[in-house]
Structures are given as C-alpha cells and as structure tokens.
Design a protein around this ligand. Structure first.
Ligand code: KMH
Ligand code: ZN
Length: 274
C-alpha cells in the first residue's frame, strides 16, 4: 500500500511581487506564521524563497539564516531552501544558500525556458549542488521540469552516488510555460523514468494545480502546493493564503485514503535526522 502523503508547501517563490499579491508572505514574520499555519493543516515540508526588506527576492545569507531560524521557531516543518532562486541569480549565490544549513534543498536537474526567461541549470552546477549537499549532510529534492531531467538524475546518481540520507525524492514541477505540461499524460510519461526506490511529488503550476494533484495521488505520488505555484483558488477566486491550498491538498489526500504525513514520518522517509 502506498503510504501517507508527504505535503510540501511552497509559500512565496521568487516570481510574484508583493505589490501584485498583497497576501504573499514575504517578511520573516509572515513566512514564519505561514509555516505554522500550514503545518497545522497538514504540511510537513516548507520550500523557502527569501525576500529582502523591500520584498524583492534575495539570497543574502544573513536574511536566509534569519528566515530559517524563524521557521524552526514557529514550526516543526522540514526546512527546504530553494537553490533555484530567481532566474537572474548567479550560480555562486545559489550554491551559498547551503551555508544556512537547511535540512533539505531543491536541486533543479536541467535548464528550462521559464516564461520569457531561461532558468539555467548546467550539468556542472547540478554536480556541484549534489556533491556539496552530500558533504554537508543536506537532503536534496530533485526538481524535474521536463522528462529529460529524469535521465540527468539517473546519470547523476550513477556517477556521483546517492544523496545524503540515501533516499531519492523527486518533485515533478509541471505546467511551467517552457517545461512539461501539467497533465495526467505527462505525469504518467515520467513514472517509468523515476529511479527504482525513489519517491516523487508533483506540483502543478497555475491552473494545472488540481489536475496534477489528482493525477499524482492516483499514481501514488506526494504533493507540493503553495502560492509560489498557484495564486488562483478557483476561477475568479484568488488564493486567500497558503494554508487554504494545503488544506485542500490534505482533503484530497484523505479522500485518496493517503492522509497527510507527520513531520516525523516525513523525516524518516527522506532520511533527515530528527
Ligand atoms: N524560481 C524559479 C526560477 C527552485 O526553487 O528550486 C526556480 C525555482 C526552483 O523556484
Ligand atoms: Zn522554488
């Protein structure tokens, strides 16, 4: 039987402006409160992008460390820092995020068009992130925006060995304009290419959120939701807050008889020490 559902919340992202989305959590206090609220309705992992005092995306290490500490204070969530950052971020700053010693970090497995931008992830950066995380005891979540990224994952693991913690966990990020579509067919196409023994989650960007969630649950996958990916709850209805999205995902997971996983169980699944 497929176990409970690992729910990740991605509350902020690097793409939306606070001026356009006033409910987006961007301050240290707002992100910490969001983490607490999302854990209360079923999240076990928080995928964090950080904003500066002017609400712009930043990789400033002091600010990153401040948010990590605040989230650890407000919740028991697994802290997963984004190493993807914003499309404009240089590689060295994306790598330096690991200095903040999160439990986990995202690791994008290939370059992809990202709307009108390019999200750049060359092989050497992928290897550097993978090996630095192995050395520092940080658990990666492998971000897959297209089918070929799964071939890169197999090549990476074959050449450089398993991640810290020994367990491989993949997030299929679907529906990015430039990446794979957020459809059941695309999700099904990925499944045979996920390494044996690995788990996967799926994220549907924008209006693909619900179809991707339903497809992932039916395929035994886990879920990521949040305002990084989705700002519209239903046609004409803006998302109220991240907890609303997590609560909906938790409800669907319960209907699938795969209720949300506790943070303890999530740590044990992902190979993260309590
Ligand atoms: N902000 C995107 C360009 C990640 O967090 O690892 C990249 C992203 C992926 O969000
Ligand atoms: Zn992200």
């Amino acid at each position: 039987m497929t176990p409970a559902t690992l729910l990740t919340v991605a509350p902020t992202g690097a793409e939306s402006a606070k001026a356009d989305v006033p409910t987006l959590p961007v301050t240290v206090e707002e992100i910490a409160a969001t983490a607490r609220d999302c854990q209360a309705v079923g999240a076990a992992v928080v995928h964090l992008h950080i904003r500066d005092a002017e609400t712009r995306p930043t990789l400033d290490l002091a600010r990153v460390a401040e948010v990590v500490a605040a989230v650890r204070e407000s919740s028991d969530l697994i802290v997963q820092l984004s190493t993807g950052g914003a499309v404009t971020d240089p590689f060295d700053a994306r790598l330096a995020v690991l200095d903040a010693q999160p439990d986990a970090a995202s690791l994008s497995l290939g370059t992809v068009n990202f709307g009108r931008d390019v999200f750049s992830n060359p092989w050497d950066l992928i290897v550097e992130l993978h090996t630095q995380m192995q050395q520092r005891g940080i658990v990666p979540e492998y971000e897959v925006f297209d089918l070929g990224h799964l071939a890169t994952l197999t090549r990476l693991l074959d050449k450089y060995g398993p991640p810290h913690g020994g367990h491989v966990h993949v997030d299929l990020v679907m529906g990015v304009p430039g990446g794979m579509p957020g459809t059941t067919q695309a999700l099904a196409a990925c499944l045979p290419h996920i390494p044996p023994g690995a788990t996967f989650a799926a994220t549907g960007v924008g209006r693909t959120s619900l179809p991707v969630m339903l497809a992932a649950l039916s395929a035994g996958g886990h879920l990521r939701v949040g305002m990084e990916d989705t700002l519209t709850y239903a046609p004409g209805e803006p998302v109220r807050d991240n907890a609303q999205l997590v609560a909906r995902a938790a409800g669907l997971a319960r209907i699938a008889q795969r209720p949300p996983m506790s943070t303890d169980d999530a740590r044990s699944l992902l190979g993260i020490k309590p």
